[in-house]
Design a protein. Sequence first.
Length: 119
Amino acid sequence: QVQLVESGGGLVQAGGSLRLSCAASGRTVSAAVMAWFRQAPGKERASVARISWSGRNIEYADSVKGRFTISRDNAKNTVYLQMNNLKPEDTAIYYCAASSRWSNEYSYWGQGTQVTVSS
């Protein structure tokens, strides 16, 4: 089992920045691939970014390219999401997810952290 705990959410004005963190514990070998998803009110959960264990493979949703950066520190079992130039449409609950392989299925999820961007 892998436990994921997100932090760093909050309220920020449009154009501002936030950095989300997701700390993994437990069987972290199963967290080879880590990802961020988000779910806005009334919308389905959507992928934001994902990163492989080595960090060499990274993908972003088109809506966040050039503004968000995903990174990880394997020594700390932590993945980060640096969010710059935030827009009101980025408002959502952000979830961390982990998988043992590069796929569209994630076995482990965090509880989520709220990000609210005011205009």
